[in-house]
Design a protein around this ligand. Sequence first.
Ligand SMILES: [Zn+2]
Length: 112
Amino acid sequence: MNIRTSTLDGETLVIEIEDGDTGSVVDLMNARENGFALFGEDIEAPIAVVDGRLFRKSWFTADHLLAIEAHELGHIHMESIEEPVAEREGIRLLESAGRIVAANILKERGIA
Ligand SMILES: [Zn+2]
C-alpha cells in the first residue's frame, strides 16, 4: 500500500493499493472498479483510493492511474457522487497540471 499526498491538489491523501495488500480498504476496493473516494460529513479528511494492482495489465500506465486519481479527487472537490461531475473536475485538474495524456484518458472514456 502506497500512501501519498496527491500531486494534483497538494492536499488530498491518496492510498494506492498494491499487489498483496489485504485489509478493509482492499475489501472495499474489491467491491468496486479502479478507485473510490471517501468523503463527506463522517470523514475527517477525504481520501482517494486507487487500485495500483491494475499495473498487472500490460496496457495500464502511470497516466491511467493518475486519471483514476483525478476522477476520485473530482468526487472529493465537488462533494458529488455524480460521475460526470467528478469526471469534469478530474479533467480540469489534469489539464491544470499539464497532464494532458491522463486528461485525454478521461475524455476518451466519455463519462464527462
Ligand atoms: Zn466516480
